[in-house]
Design a protein. Structure first.
Length: 194
């Protein structure tokens, strides 16, 4: 008879997510995961199988919490300019202690060269497509309510917004000074056909 689990799997996933988010897939060892989660190596890998499966569980959690919140924001009734500013500023959110930026676990997953897992790659691509669609919906809503120039191409503008967001995620990884981040965000907003 198998022994009952004496830990909360969701707590373990959250702790592993925070570690992977900070260090990335490639730079996180099994020893790091055991130390961060507080459970034994055997329990960790009996529950999740391997590092890839645990990472996938973390990405699924990130998707369900953070990406879903971003999608809700983009399709909300908040004025277009305000919601796009929130997206861009959220991308440049600082860690609570001010030591750097939070970054984006999804983005980190999409650029981590150490990830060679079909399930992780499939989920990462699915998130990308859903975000593109959410940006497109936000643009369509803004055009319908007169917040954007009717002449603006919805697909091009949605791609622009996705590209800017990805670019912001990229410069966040370089720990760009806050003043530069703010200037980049202002410039991106300035070029919207409002």
């Amino acid at each position: 008879m198998a022994r009952p689990r004496i830990y909360d799997e969701d707590v373990v996933i959250n702790k592993a997510l925070n570690l992977f988010w900070k260090k990335g897939f490639s730079d996180t060892s099994s020893r790091d995961l055991v130390a961060a989660t507080g459970i034994s190596n055997g329990s960790l890998f009996n529950s999740f199988g391997d590092k890839n499966r645990l990472y996938l569980a973390c990405l699924q959690k990130y998707d369900a919490v953070y990406i879903a919140a971003l999608e809700r924001l983009l399709v909300s009734d908040i004025p277009f300019r305000e919601k796009i500013e929130k997206v861009f500023k959220g991308t440049a959110k600082k860690i609570a202690d001010g030591s750097g930026y939070e970054g984006c676990f999804y983005y980190n997953s999409s650029v981590d060269s150490g990830i060679h897992d079909d399930a992780i790659s499939t989920l990462t691509l699915a998130i990308k497509y859903r975000l593109e669609q959410a940006f497109h919906t936000a643009v369509d809503m803004a055009r319908e309510t007169g917040q954007l120039s009717v002449k603006s191409d919805g697909t091009d503008l949605a791609e622009y917004l996705m590209t800017v967001t990805t670019g912001l995620r990229s410069i966040v990884k370089a720990n760009t000074p806050e003043a530069e981040m703010a200037r980049s965000i202002r410039s991106a907003i300035k070029f919207l056909p409002l």
